[in-house]
Ligand binder design. Structure first.
Ligand code: M6R
Length: 609
């Protein structure tokens, strides 16, 4: 996620901008830049890679001046190259902007602005904001920013600077964080508290839709309707480390809680305005293209592999094309049968997993068409696959993958609905129902995290057992696999996932008195069968924790405890049922005193075979 900083005051802007951006490095980034007004002109400096490259670049001529903005970019629209790094300027170089988030209608605006004579220098969505400001500017900076906001759609935090108004910065936000740090004869803007923590402990947390005019000795808050807002001062008591984690104890917990927003970011740019269809500008497939495929392969590792198992279900159910799912490290060593009538989809959060990359290369060599589903713009798989769908989860720092999984699921679900629409395999009313369910997910994800007391209790109660079983049928089995992986990788508890129907083919021998068994039971077609499996387990005196949907009043009759998730379309249950399993793994690891964010022997990105 991008980092934003701004400074207006009697000191040197560069000093705060570079310190502040350093403090925001934990958010992840691939390029950085600053813009400083030196009394005559706005000087913009950018660099790809670490902040140190930017510092090195300007070390002999640090721009001077008390007004400036800075940015660390985590690429979304456009590759991580210098021309796409922020700040972005208008045609005249008199207006500058930094942005965090996604401007969803940027393509339409860009076309319009190009027709009006504007010249774009980057591939970013951000640049439209500053050209739009140039276009509507009538001498009144605030009013012009307001007009820009009327035109742009999406999620953002934005800071504008203008050579024509060197006493102020104007910022605003929608669904993205932004704070104002309040100093003496200087004020600060940042996307997160760690950036300002060394300079001040007094802050204003900007609310959605507000426009804030920041001068060195005054901060004016304007509501959406133009009325004046009140400057409520928030006193920061966190230390720097706690601030990086947004007040959460670990990145994993923060990232679990980021899922509603991450899923919203993934889906909202891809739902048509009328809510009736899925738009995939990145693909633009048609019936002829789709009919050229006889088979799909999905290839991935770890959590991404578990997500692909759900993706297979979505595509087979909605698109009626056969899908084979492969573990990337197995794929190329088993002479897979692929040709030009095959679509190979590789799934990878980092886009750098070496086995996944090798599998992608193998699929290409065999003549298959390739599509990458990844979270990192400009990553190796994104560059090497013919087509890419980004998951927009934002950087995932904890080794245990959480928001990457739910956004991968959301992406694959949309891909399946999109393909089904092209193939006319789905009626319009059904498509609308599925899309509406998708749109409800962010809020429902939030609900799954509201009451964690029960999960904490289970984690304490069963966290000291050495073995746990996870079972389920159909889609529930795929989630069981992910639940078991989460538990074993961070709490070091031996966790096994089985298709519930497989139990009596062997693993039932391990089911003994007191063994915790987590049973997912959300799929109607196999519900009764799952209940029979629960009975087999209970007959061996194991302890069963059921995961069910809210309107299920049956399961509690057969299990020891139930965790419920909100009701959604059955196909979307995995996005909700995985959350209690992530939380259970997290709290079990805490109960056992494990290093949650950096589990032993594991790395975030596995770039060796
Ligand atoms: O970056 P990728 O999605 O390609 O990574 C794949 C796996 O290494 C990753 O999902 C791993 O299993 C996680 N630690 C699971 O939490």
């Amino acid at each position: 996620m991008c980092g934003i900083v701004g400074y207006v005051g009697e000191g040197q802007a560069a000093s705060f901008l570079l310190d502040g951006l350093t403090r925001l490095e934990y958010r992840g980034y691939d390029s950085a830049g600053i813009a400083i007004y030196d009394g005559q002109k706005i000087q913009v400096e950018k660099s790809v890679g670490r902040l140190d490259s930017l510092k090195e670049k300007i070390k002999d001529a640090v721009p001077l001046g008390g007004l400036g903005i800075g940015h660390t970019r985590w690429a979304t629209h456009g590759r991580p190259v210098e021309m796409n790094a922020h700040p972005h300027t208008d045609c005249t170089g008199e207006f500058v902007v930094v942005h965090n988030g996604i401007i969803e209608n940027y393509l339409t605006l860009k076309e319009e602005l190009i027709q009006q004579g504007h010249t774009f220098k980057s591939d970013t969505d951000t640049e439209v904001a500053v050209h739009l400001l140039e276009e509507v500017y009538d001498g009144d900076f605030e009013k012009s920013v307001r007009e820009v906001l009327h035109r742009i759609e999406g999620s953002y935090s934005l800071v504008f600077m203008s050579k024509k108004h060197p006493d102020r910065l104007i910022c605003t936000k929608q669904d993205n964080p932004l704070i104002i740090g309040l100093g003496e004869c200087e004020n600060f803007i940042a996307s997160d508290i760690p950036a300002i923590i060394d300079r001040t402990r007094r802050a204003y947390i900007v609310k959605d839709g507000e426009i804030v005019v920041v001068k060195k000795d005054a901060v004016k808050i304007l509501h959406h309707d133009g009325t004046l807002g009140k400057l409520e001062v928030f006193h920061i008591t966190w230390n720097a480390e706690a601030a990086e984690k947004g007040g959460y104890e670990h990145f994993m917990l923060k990232e679990i809680h980021e899922q509603p927003k991450a899923v919203r970011n993934t889906i909202s740019p891809r739902i048509a305005k009328d809510g009736c269809s899925i738009v995939m500008d990145e693909l633009q497939w048609d019936a002829e293209y789709l009919s050229s495929f006889h088979k799909i392969f999905m290839i991935a590792c770890g959590t991404a592999y578990h997500a692909a198992l759900v993706g297979k279900y979505y595509i087979e159910k909605l698109v009626r094309l056969p899908v084979e799912v492969d573990i990337a490290s197995e794929f190329r060593y088993r002479s897979p049968i692929l040709d030009e009538q095959t679509l190979a989809i590789v799934v990878s959060q980092s886009g750098e997993t070496s086995d996944t990359l090798a599998a992608l290369r193998e699929a290409k060599k065999l003549g298959a068409k390739t599509l990458a589903i990844t979270n990192v713009v400009g990553s190796s798989v994104a560059r090497e696959a013919e087509q890419v769908l980004y998951t927009w989860a934002g950087p995932e720092i904890a080794v245990a993958s959480t928001k990457a999984y739910t956004t991968q699921l959301a992406t694959m679900f949309m891909l399946a609905v999109y393909m089904a629409g092209i193939k006319k395999n789905i009626s319009s009313p059904r498509m609308q129902v599925l899309i509406q369910a998708l749109q409800r997910l962010p809020e429902q994800l939030g609900k799954t995290m509201e009451d964690v007391e029960q999960i904490k209790t289970f984690a304490k109660q069963y966290g000291f057992r050495e073995d746990v079983f996870f079972i389920g049928r159909s889609l529930d089995y795929s989630v069981a696999l992910e639940g078991a992986l989460k538990l074993k990788e961070i709490s070091y508890i031996h966790a096994e996932a089985y298709a519930a129907g497989e139990l009596k083919h062997g693993p039932l021998a391990l089911v003994v008195e007191g063994l915790p068994v987590i049973v997912l039971a959300t799929q109607k077609k196999v519900y009764e069968k799952t209940i029979s499996n629960i009975k087999e387990i209970k007959a061996r005196d194991a302890v069963v924790i059921g995961i069910a949907v809210e309107d299920d009043h049956e399961l509690e009759k057969y299990v020891d405890h139930v965790i419920k998730v909100p009701v959604t379309e059955e196909l979307l249950n995995p996005l909700l049922t995985v959350v209690p399993l992530q939380l259970l793994a997290y709290y079990a690891a805490i109960a056992r005193g494990c290093d949650v964010d950096k589990p032993r022997n594991l790395a975030k990105s596995v770039t060796v075979e």
